[in-house]
Design a protein around this ligand. Sequence first.
Ligand SMILES: *Cc1c(COP(=O)(O)O)cnc(C)c1O
Length: 356
Amino acid sequence: MKKHNFYAGPSILPQYTIDNTIEGIRNFANSGLSVLEISHRSKEFIACMNDTISLVKELLEVPAGYQVIFLGGGASLQFAMVPMNLMNKKSAYLNTGEWANKALKEAKTFGEVVEVASSKEKNYNYIPKNYVVPSDADYFHITTNNTIFGTQLKKDPDVSLPLVADMSSDIFSRPVDISKYAIIYAGAQKNLGPAGVTVIIVKEDVLGKVSRPIPTMLDYRTHIKSESMFNTPPVFAVFAAQQTLKWLKELGGVKAIQKINLEKAKMLYDEIDRNKLFVPTIKDQEDRSVMNICFVMADEYKELEAPFADFAKSKGMTGIAGHRSVGGFRASTYNALPVESVKALVDTMREFESMN
Ligand SMILES: *Cc1c(COP(=O)(O)O)cnc(C)c1O
């Protein structure tokens, strides 16, 4: 039976990415070698890296003055690299979820961290608003999409200081005004490719302003200068990411995929709101994530949680268990998830309702 892949990460990739990656493993760019065994200094891979960087710039309309780099270490390494490269004395963080909280904690290693607002006391079920960002902070850090809790910050905040964003779970899902940001980073394994590579978009003139010595490998300037080839980059993961970006471009880019993403999210939220068995964990429409849709059983149907999980599994649904800190269910509806999979989940919820 066809599986509907709702995993939160690593997560579904376009069939185009899977097919081209298989071909690249057999014969990469007609080199007669596999992408798994070719030198990162070969002309074929250098072309792949350059094209992947160009595709990121093109799809996100990255303005002049910004650089795109690919690094290992996951988004979690960026939790440390951002303060190491940007923070002299003080930074400001918006605490909207477990990842935001981890980023904030890591920054404390390097100086004073102001938590401008937090939704932790409500298990992160909303995005705080009307907070004040200290104007003497070196930067303000946000997490645009809270993968675990299913909230999303849909408007770019207007702040006068450098804005840094973890966009791991919503990059390439919608247009973003890059010019508002100093640094954007995202682990690949949600919306871009397999695990192993992180894409970073950095405004060059925010670098070089801290007094601490920065280890070579952890200095963004090292990787800008060497065009992500300072050491061996994650060759395979970059190649696979390139395939997804080509797919996205073919489809019409981020505006086109946003339209489809909004349609998928609306379909599922509408069903959660309508179906008597389920309730959404995020009440405020404005804060609801378009990428990770969380819901639980209504109080009077709590005992149906395990039976629904089994029923959904029997219908081919995979990866809909909620994160352990929220419980219930989470359906991730990333770029590559077809509308048909959302329809199948909605049908499953309806059928289960009629059985109960
Ligand atoms: C998955 C995720 C991370 C962690 O990414 P790693 O690549 O595993 O370090 C960080 N932030 C957000 C928002 C995520 O969704």
